[in-house]
Design a protein around this ligand. Structure first.
Ligand code: MRU
Length: 344
């Protein structure tokens, strides 16, 4: 049942254009790396781990189609391609994690063009396979936090559609569901791009996992009425200080969850942990104001020239987080103390 969000097809990359969901299920195929960079910018491929995998496949495509025998020129070309992908989206660290993995192979390589082509392509496939494996482990590690009968609120989409498969936050929900726990999900719509309404609802419904949709401003009400027992979200970047950078609106949800004593769980691979950046150095992507002025580029809901603030992500401080679940262990509260332990 699970979708193939992005995959390598021997010299081509294929992805599901998530901007068209849930109306249309359109797969796009290309052999042009620039088309993949544009797909990341336009959110056809989105979600921190999926962006990293797609960028790695983009470099693999660039390598696959290269024709010249000079290895130094080839290396410089690939490093320019990496720079192109680094400019697509600034916040999700998985992108830079994947780019750095490929980059260090290129820099340290001494051999011919064909050897380097093979190496880059194999590395991209490894990054893809690793992501699926890691998500399944996150699901298993998260199982103990989910009880039979839980109603779990999630924000944005941290599912198969945000990764190479299975998902992080939705991976934990999947693991619980397939182990027999009767859970229900409340998905926030996630303005302005509606990843919750369009993607999370679609992905869970496809597998028969019960899901109800709310608008973002209903979170306080449903929590105050006792309708939510846990919150679980993914992350785009987690600092060693325990700050979690995730889809805009996550911070608000964590604050209300804390007010009502509702556990706030974050599920993410270790490739989302950024050990270098300090909280005031994090670059929050500011997106096109028309995402806010229009609903999905179609209906204008305000004055056409109104000034807009459109940050794509926000920062949740460690004191509002109950648990961070990774493939390699779990950091319980206080996460600022416990996260560095598992990061080692
Ligand atoms: O702008 P997006 O759709 O790329 O934002 C995605 C999120 O914020 C997800 O919650 C995050 O990447 C985790 S995905 C496993």
């Amino acid at each position: 049942m699970e979708v193939k969000t992005v995959e390598w097809l021997d010299g081509k990359v294929r992805w599901l254009n998530t901007m068209l969901l849930p109306k249309e299920e359109v797969y796009v195929e290309t052999s042009d790396y620039e088309r993949i960079a544009v797909a990341i910018e336009k959110l056809e491929i989105r979600g921190a781990p999926a962006i990293g995998v797609a960028a790695a496949f983009g470099i693999a495509l660039a390598a696959y189609n290269y024709s010249s025998a000079n290895v130094d020129t080839f290396k410089s070309f690939l490093l320019r391609v990496i720079e192109r992908f680094a400019r697509t989206r600034p916040t999700a660290v998985n992108l830079f994690w994947a780019l750095d993995r490929v980059k260090s192979l290129i820099i340290n390589y001494s051999g011919d063009v064909d050897g380097l082509k093979g190496l880059v392509i194999r590395e991209a496939i490894k990054i893809y396979e690793y992501d699926i494996e890691v998500n399944r482990k996150i699901g298993i590690n998260g199982l103990k936090y989910i009880d039979d009968g839980d109603v779990i609120l999630t924000h944005c989409n941290a599912g198969a559609l945000a990764t190479a498969g299975y998902g992080t936050a939705l991976g934990v929900i999947r693991a619980a569901w397939y182990s027999g726990r009767r859970v229900e999900v409340i998905a926030t719509e996630t303005r302005p791009v509606l990843q919750g309404a369009r993607l999370t609802v679609w992905e869970l419904s496809k597998e028969g996992i019960p899901v109800k949709l709310i608008t973002d401003n209903m979170v306080g009400y449903v929590m105050s009425r006792g309708l939510v027992s846990k919150v679980i979200v993914g992350a785009d970047r987690i600092l060693l200080s325990g700050h979690v950078i995730n889809k805009i609106g996550t911070y608000t949800i964590s604050a209300v969850a804390s007010r009502h004593g509702i556990p706030f769980l974050v599920a993410a691979p270790k490739s989302t942990i950024d050990p270098k950046t300090k909280v005031d150095e994090v670059v929050i992507e500011e997106r096109d104001p028309d995402e806010v002025r229009y609903v999905l580029g179609k209906t204008l809901i305000t004055l056409p020239n109104v000034e807009v603030i459109n940050p794509a992500f926000d920062i949740t401080p460690p004191e509002l987080i109950s648990t961070i679940i990774t493939e390699d262990g779990v950091a319980e509260k206080p996460v600022d103390i416990n996260l560095p332990r598992i990061f080692k």
